[in-house]
Design a protein around this ligand. Sequence first.
Ligand code: ZN
Ligand code: MN
Length: 477
Amino acid sequence: MNNDNLKTTIGLEIHVQLKTKSKMFCGCDNNAEGKEPNTLICPVCLGLPGALPVMNKEAVVATIKTGLALNCEIPKIAKFDRKHYFYPDLPKGYQISQYDEPFAINGSLKIKSQNEKGESEEKKIRITRVHLEEDAGKLIHKNGKSMVDLNRAGTPLMEIVTEPDITSPKQAGEFLRKLQKIVRDEVSVSEASMEKGHLRCDANISITQKSKVKSQNRMSQIIELKNINSFRFIEKALALAEEKLKKEVDRWPEKLTKETWGYDSKKNQIYVQRQKEEAADYRYFPEPDLPPVKSSDFDLSRLKSERHLSEKERLESLISMGIKDKDAQVLLSNSEKELAFRKLSEFTDKNELTAKFIVHNYFGFNLDQEELLKSNQYAKLIDYFSEGKITKSTVPLIAQEIKHGKQAEELLKKYFAGEYDYEKIIEEVKLENKEEVISYQSGKKQLFGFFMGEAMKKMPGANAAEVSNILRKKLDS
Ligand code: ZN
Ligand code: MN
């Protein structure tokens, strides 16, 4: 069996415990660390009949902030629902969660990953949703008895679900580390300690065997790995599951099945917990005691800018994206420009060029909130320019048309240049580097390479010999 056409697919579901002052729907202290069992409780979190929940706004703000940091859309309306199931640590008999109208949807997070050739590249993992719910209590099994501690019942939990875009156990680890950094350091909504259970991860993994005929693609069962409490263990458990599924390729089931597996870190083994799972019926229905939440009640642009990154960290992140120090400084000094840059760079990997477009105002106008909704369109202009399909002088014209609702792809037909205007671009290089031109002309000929580099950067794929000829003429004149 040829294993080259086996593709691994991984999706993650992460629960993040929020570090709010009080619990999700009552005034009880949310910090249960080191407290005696069952001392942080009240009728609401005990689920006593008639007790009414009150929404903790701090937890909602934390969730929206996280959604924004994960490039999500924030729907106009969100609501809470009851998710019914029975378990001794859930006295109400249902968990207040969010079913079909969560606080954040359709986001993405970029991570560094290695491609097949072992080169480092950026990979985008789509985020399906971010929702808010309450945690259950804890069962403690001791001396043959089981006891329940409800201090944790009602603690705000944020649930983050990814699309199945992760293609290796290593990427899963990379994603989780980056996510931890965001919730802990950037938006600062959780301590995000895995050992303490602030960050809990479930992972789904399956393998597809690709055939030349698409309808003949085969898929393994899905293995769900639950409650693994370290990044390293998740990577290891996923690697074991991946290996197991690949080995069984000839025995894959006809029908889609799902099994829940656990991981024993001492033995470095995975073991089956539950086989052939039916999809549970939680009988969701809208929580009647909590009104829907309108996003217009929150200042979204302020929440978006409230990311706890120091200037130094922001600078470092720009430099790590390949931005020149000078351009990075300009972006940092202007939050609208920085936002525009970060938004566009989600849609194009020409980071350095994107920074230049924003810093030097190549579009001819600033991209405000409204224009940023068309980020993918403006990003296409950058790609077209970098591929030599349009010239710099037409960029502001095309940008104007995008502003008025036209599509970049359509506009490309109208403005296609196909070739670079060598003379003109070299003139631009001269204008942008006047000091260097003077040095060159007063004898510092080794600067030629620098000009060549600048010119070629503007004209990727241009005929270097020809550029060099024209450049020499223009510099000597
Ligand atoms: Zn309470
Ligand atoms: Mn959940």
